[in-house]
Structures are given as structure tokens and as C-alpha cells.
Design a protein around this ligand. Sequence first.
Ligand SMILES: *Cc1c(COP(=O)(O)O)cnc(C)c1O
Length: 369
Amino acid sequence: MKISEKILNLVPYQTGKPIDEAKREYGLSQVCKLASNENPLGPSPMAIEAIKNELHQLHRYPDGGCYDLKHHMSRHFGLDPNWLMFGNGSNEIIDLLIRLYCEPGDEILTSRSAFIAYKLCAQAARVDVKELLMTQDLKFNVEEFLKYLSKKSSKTKLIFLSNPNNPTGTYLNKDEFENFFSVVGERDDLIIIIDEAYFEFVRAKDYPNGQEFLNKYHNIVVLRTMSKVYGLAGLRLGIGMARPEIVSLFHRIRNPFNVNSLAQVATIAALNDKTHIQNSQNIVWEGLDFFYKELTQLELPYTPSQGNFLLFDTKRDAGVMSHELLKLGVIMRPVQAYGFPTSLRLSVGLPHENKMAIDALKKIIGSSK
Ligand SMILES: *Cc1c(COP(=O)(O)O)cnc(C)c1O
């Protein structure tokens, strides 16, 4: 049977190496995984409690309409319930939006070094991907986007902006957003998806909250996730905010039970656990500042980050470097697929894990001098 070229050319998403696998392969007893932007504090204790209370209901199908979750979330964001949609991770929402708005041969537009899930979901749907280069300082190149969209608009249906972006940690500021949306925010042949997976970690004062643009422009979808600051990556819950017309189209094509029952109750509990959220933010902010200081001393250039991770230049082949780090029990993420052959992305961990990572880097660099 003939398989589509788009499928044959698809390189599956590379997940971070699991801790047990690293232990097995390298014969290590202690391994720290700083590779998947997970919350090093774990889930909120309140979320765990909510899950325990829900376990005896596991023989029941979940609430396909996520009634409680939706109303809770509606209050949380100050957004009408029919402006909310949920997915099995924001990854599923990305996947479904592409299926919803693109026919094979249509195109999505994003950056060469943007989160790679956009590209993979598009390929799986036989949709073309146009990637524009980032600026020198590794930001989405707004001018190039506008130039491209004014030239040939017909094929581009969806634009994906991750703000802040993974793996660069960079962001578009309010002025750049205004500039972009004032040109394309009224177009009815385009949907712009603003992926704010790291929203809660942003410290930059001029960062634009995508939610504030929802009323102003009709063609925007904002994505949030429970996988990062809330520490619920294993449960899979993504949040989409958009006009009711978009949300109701989404409901037509999603699976009836795309969000499981444990994710629904845990999310409500996690949203309420302000202490856990604050602790999670603080550990990341302190960790980032620690890495900035240490990497400067090691003379390894880094890109300041608004996420819970950091892209830095090892000034060596990143494949070799990540292998050396693994031997010392530290898992980081190579990012060659994003166009960075000498860089690694590290996720901020607990203080002793961060120190272990820096000690390992020092050891490797010291021995190669
Ligand atoms: C981690 C991440 C997500 C979250 O994906 P989930 O499917 O919700 O776990 C979304 N977008 C970006 C840019 C990310 O880095």
C-alpha cells in the first residue's frame, strides 16, 4: 500500500530519556533528568488527594463535557465557559486545530526553532509547514512573518507562535504583538495560535498576556497547559481559549472522552493550590539565576529564558556533550532538530540537581581543556 511521503518523512518526537533507561544503559545509581521541562517539585499534594478521592469512580466514563472543570476554569480565568476547550495535553489541541482548519496541501506557518510539535502534527495531517528563521537573538521574526503573509496568503491557514518559545526561552513583547496583530489580527483566512505553556514562569514586564487579545481580535486561540508549573504532565490536560465559534467546531471533531476523569479533578485542585504554584515558580526563578551565574563563569553563552528551561551553547558537538553528561548521570536535551548543533536545553531542577549539572559540566570542560 502506498504511504504518504509526509508520513514517511516524519521523524517521531524525541522525548527526554527516561531516568530508568539512563540508569540501565550507563550503570548509574543516581540520575537527574533535566530534559523535559517538568516540575521538579512534583504535583500539588492537593491534586494527589483529589485523584485518590476519584479513584473509586474509575469504572465510569469521564464527564465528556468537563462541566466542573470548565466552570472552575471559567472563574479562574474570568472567561465565559463557552470560550474554553480542553485536550489530552495541549498537544491534542494543536493536533485537532490543524485537522480542523487545514486540508492536505494547506500550510501552517511557524519558526524554524519553534516547538517542534506544530510541525509533527501538521505532517501527520499531510499539511505543509513553512518555517521562517528566527532573528539573531532567537526571537520569532515578526517582520519576516508579516512580509511572508502579505506576499502569498492563500496556503497559510494557521500561525503558531510559542510565547515564550521552547527551546529558546525567548518571547515577543507587547509592542511586537500589537504590531503583528494590527496587521493580521482581522484576517478571516487565518487563525493565530499563541502557545503559552510557560506563561506562569515569565518574569519579563513587557510580556503580553494572550488572553487580553481574545476580545480584540477574532482569530486567536490561546493555549495553556497543566504540564509545566502545575506539575501534571503525566495526566495530560491542555487548555484552549477562543471564541465560541472556534470552540464549537473543536467539539465536533474531538473524541467524546478526550480528557480523563483524574485529570479533571486534579486540575481543579492544582489551580487552587497557590502555595504549590508559588513554590514552583520560585524554584525555577532561583534555579535560572543560579545557572546564569555558573554558565557565565564557565564562559558558556546562554539565552535568557522566560520558561523553566535554559538554552546554552556548549561550544562543542552537543551530541557528544550530552553523552558525556549522561555518563555523569545528568540528562539534558540535545536540540539539533531545532537548528542548534552545539547547544543543549536544560530544565531547571531542584537545587542539588542544578548543582550536579554544573559540576558535571565543569568536569567535562575541565578535562577537555
Ligand atoms: C511543554 C509544552 C507544551 C505542553 O504540552 P502538553 O501536551 O500540554 O503537555 C506546549 N507547548 C510548548 C511550547 C511546550 O514546550
